[in-house]
Design a protein around this ligand. Structure first.
Ligand SMILES: *[C@@H]1O[C@H](CO)[C@@H](O)[C@H](O)[C@H]1NC(C)=O
Ligand SMILES: *[C@@H]1O[C@H](CO)[C@@H](O)[C@H](O)[C@H]1NC(C)=O
Ligand SMILES: *[C@@H]1O[C@H](CO)[C@@H](O)[C@H](O)[C@H]1NC(C)=O
Ligand SMILES: *[C@@H]1O[C@H](CO)[C@@H](O)[C@H](O)[C@H]1NC(C)=O
Ligand SMILES: *[C@@H]1O[C@H](CO)[C@@H](O)[C@H](O)[C@H]1NC(C)=O
Ligand SMILES: *[C@@H]1O[C@H](CO)[C@@H](O)[C@H](O)[C@H]1NC(C)=O
Ligand SMILES: *[C@@H]1O[C@H](CO)[C@@H](O)[C@H](O)[C@H]1NC(C)=O
Length: 520
């Protein structure tokens, strides 16, 4: 007879043996070439007057960026194929129409957290001047929807016993929604967050929100993901109207309408808008659109569910920051608003040649740094470009802030932000509060934090703030006026990691599974 403890040991080894035989796979070194062999052609290098070193750097950047595209990105992934229009003309098409639903997105090419799930939709939105265009969006789903205790009288209220709340509901209700607006990923088709392995902002917000129990609905913004509209005319390219806060706000709101059409009650009708950087301006724009008479009528179906806005490091003045970057960024779409705009208004021939290459390779931010911030960048912009009519006219249409908005709104801003300077947000908040003293705005200034990391530093605050809005607690500003709070770190701020040093590296095939902590 076998001793009982030996039997247990034997069983354990047997278990381990079957585990290892099932899972041992030859490993492979992680390739630094990632999943792209992109190389600029000699003609491209010559046309943009790139040095050999600049060309080599740009190749690295583009290879990396393309390697972050799940399934090869919008030009290879069938999801982005536009279904034919049943009416053949865009004339009768309404914005907010659901065009296609991918209820279950295959996650093998993504690096999102375990037990989150992804859906994607195609839908219609509209440009500044009212042209209806197709766009794409994603919904990142929580495993367990966040339980928000609705005020008395609401049918959804279930149990007051916090410990019991997840166990008494027979069937999970829909998840409360955060309408997420991301910061700049790029300007062209391939930059869509819905095809980025980590949905571009990853852990900084969308993952954090889904893991906290919210359904995260996010538009790619018009021009990204779907970059061609229907038809064979020369006018089908959809240009991204960069930093047009109320335009991209509509992209988000129409995505939310279409997402509801696709998923019904899985999405609670209540939502909070949240965004960061470009998306912080867009989230602020959502609050403005929902306060405009036109917007109230346009989004009468969504407005009752709106609970407030979190605007992180919001862009509120288009032409601040680095001129040599902002000019090429805005130039990618300004012509669709003002057809009179010519590249030569802002750029020298050398600058225009680099903008042309930027468009050709669909460059993102890192590509822009290589092309527009290098040694020769001073000669790319024309003297006085920032005093041209188009700069002023575009700013007027684009900027968030200084207008009536529907609160409550929480504005987050770090004092060490080099992309969205603290002084600019501080001035916009002050001007907005002075002009609209009865609006509810909370301004949280974080001492010592930079751009995206301000979201990490304040995560608990905005998660609590969002939950309070769903629970209809009074906002700190108390129903009217502005409140300013200054936040400092627990330890001296110099002890904290200032900027992220890593990205979510895809390790989704068996030869890389040894890189995943605690394995597959
Ligand atoms: C190309 O770049 C080099 C080095 O920056 C510069 O000296 C030259 O003038 C540029 N050529 C043109 C045509 O812009
Ligand atoms: C790698 O890139 C190729 C070519 O773009 C693409 O078809 C493939 O799906 C990518 N692999 C993954 C895992 O995304
Ligand atoms: C087609 O046109 C009809 C009538 O104008 C309109 O009600 C319907 O929404 C349109 N369908 C699409 C897909 O645009
Ligand atoms: C597109 O542009 C080209 C060149 O400007 C022109 O010859 C052609 O007729 C245009 N096609 C359409 C469908 O407008
Ligand atoms: C779009 O609207 C702006 C502002 O009203 C106007 O100046 C511009 O000409 C319009 N552009 C187009 C393409 O209609
Ligand atoms: C921030 O705005 C306030 C007015 O609300 C002003 O007194 C202060 O000087 C501003 N600070 C900075 C750094 O711009
Ligand atoms: C911000 O942090 C710096 C460095 O730790 C400190 O000297 C300064 O007093 C802080 N400012 C505020 C307003 O807390």
């Amino acid at each position: 007879m076998i001793h009982p403890s030996k039997a247990i040991v034997a069983i354990c080894f047997a278990g381990l043996a079957s585990l290892t035989s099932a899972q041992t796979t030859p490993t492979a070194e992680q390739s630094t070439g990632f999943n792209s062999t992109f190389a600029l052609t000699p003609a491209q290098i010559a046309a943009a007057n790139l040095s050999a070193a600049e060309a080599a750097s740009l190749n690295n950047v583009v290879r990396f960026d393309r390697s972050q595209l799940a399934n090869g990105g919008p030009y290879e992934d069938d999801f982005y194929t536009l279904p034919p229009l049943s009416n053949k003309t865009t004339g009768s098409l309404q914005p907010g129409t659901l065009l296609n639903t991918q209820a279950f997105t295959d996650l093998s090419a993504f690096t999102i957290p375990p037990n989150t799930a992804l859906s994607r939709i195609l839908y219609t939105t509209r440009t500044y001047n009212g042209t209806v265009v197709p766009a794409s969006a994603f919904i990142l789903w929580p495993f367990t929807p966040r339980h928000v205790t609705a005020p008395a009288g609401n049918q959804r209220a279930q149990s007051n016993d916090d410990r019991q709340r997840y166990f008494t509901a027979a069937k999970p209700a829909g998840a409360p929604v955060v309408l997420w607006s991301y910061g700049t990923s790029g300007f062209f088709g391939t930059a869509a967050p819905s095809c980025h392995r980590a949905l571009w902002y990853g852990d900084a917000a969308p993952f954090a929100l889904a893991l906290a129990g919210y359904a995260v609905v996010a538009s790619d913004y018009a021009g990204l993901g779907i970059s061609e509209a229907w038809g064979n005319s020369n006018n089908t390219k959809i240009q991204h109207q960069y930093l047009m806060s109320r335009v991209s706000a509509r992209d988000g709101l129409y995505a939310l309408r279409a997402a509801r059409a696709a998923f019904g009650e899985k999405l609670d009708e209540r939502f909070v808008a949240m965004g960061h950087s470009q998306g912080g301006g867009v989230a602020w724009g959502v609050a403005e659109v929902l306060q405009e008479p036109e917007g109230k009528a346009e989004f009468g179906d969504l407005a009752p569910g709106y609970r407030g806005t979190v605007a992180g490091s919001p862009t509120t003045q288009v032409f601040t920051g680095w001129p040599s970057l902002i000019a090429p960024f805005v130039s990618s779409g300004i012509g669709s608003v003002f057809p009179s705009f010519k590249l030569a208004d802002w750029f020298t021939p050398a600058g225009a040649a680099r903008v042309a290459l930027f468009r050709e390779i669909e460059g993102g931010i890192s590509a822009a740094l290589q092309l527009f911030l290098g040694d020769g960048s001073a000669q790319l912009l024309k003297e006085g470009w920032d005093e041209t009519w188009h700069v002023e006219a575009y700013s007027k249409l684009a900027n968030a802030g200084r207008r009536p908005f529907r609160g409550p709104m929480l504005v987050l801003q770090g004092t060490e932000d080099v992309y969205v300077p603290y002084s600019i947000t501080n001035a916009t908040v002050a001007a907005t509060c002075a002009a609209h003293p009865n609006s509810e705005l909370e301004f949280l200034v974080v001492n010592g934090t930079g751009h995206v990391p301000t979201l990490d530093a304040t995560r608990q605050i905005w998660l609590d703030w969002i939950q309070d809005r769903f629970e209809e607690k009074p906002a700190a500003a108390g129903g009217k006026g502005c409140k300013r709070t200054e936040l400092s770190s627990l330890l001296p701020v110099g002890q904290y990691l200032k900027v992220g040093n890593a990205f979510a590296q895809w390790a989704g095939t068996p030869e890389y599974s040894y890189q995943v902590p605690l394995g597959p």
